[in-house]
Design a protein around this ligand. Structure first.
Ligand SMILES: C[C@H](O)[C@H](O)[C@H]1CNC2=NC(N)=NC(=O)C2=N1
Length: 98
């Protein structure tokens, strides 16, 4: 079962993500990032790869795609806020773009 991140967990897991371009969503316990790719093919390839990890880990993003940008919001619906699963998927998404 997922748990909400504790204060220490937040500091440890979220600070590196903020440094990597993630930010808190206003009014929600959620993080967001917009990825800008070179074209639609790259954007959709990223989404395909990320979707396979999301399904493997049973943890799914809220996301949208417009041409070559992908906007991602991560939060854990089961606990109504951020859990370690969100940090894990955020790190994986960043890895997939490098
Ligand atoms: C039953 C299933 O395991 C749950 O509904 C999973 C699916 N994917 C999920 N994804 C996210 N982001 N949060 C969840 O709480 C969640 N729960």
């Amino acid at each position: 079962m997922n748990e909400l991140l504790s204060d220490t967990g937040r500091k440890a897991m979220l600070e590196p993500l903020f440094a990597a371009g993630w930010a808190m969503v206003e009014g929600r316990d959620a993080i967001a990032k917009t990825y800008d790719f070179t074209d639609f093919t790259e954007a959709f390839a990223f989404m395909t790869r990320a979707a396979l990890w999301a399904e493997k880990w049973d943890h799914h993003p809220e996301w949208s795609n417009v041409y070559k940008t992908v906007h991602v919001i991560l939060t854990t619906h089961d606990v109504d806020g951020l859990s370690a699963q969100d940090a894990k998927l955020a790190r994986k998404m960043d890895q997939l773009t490098t």
